[in-house]
Design a protein. Sequence first.
Length: 79
Amino acid sequence: MRHILLLILLPLSFSYVFSQSKKDESYYLFDKEGNSVSNIKKASTFRHVFKKNDTTWQHDYYNLFGPKIVEENYRDKNK
């Protein structure tokens, strides 16, 4: 009986955790000069912003089709 209960509650808890994290995450595209763009064909880098914990926002900068460039941590989403 406990196994059945665990199998029912475990997926529900994972879906709750992942739904909460999606609200606190954003992506931004930039061209070679660092200007914000909306078209991925013009972009060369992007920034992934997400809430790391209750007091920290992490900003990760990546090459569009490559590795992470830099990671920055701030107290709020807007730096």
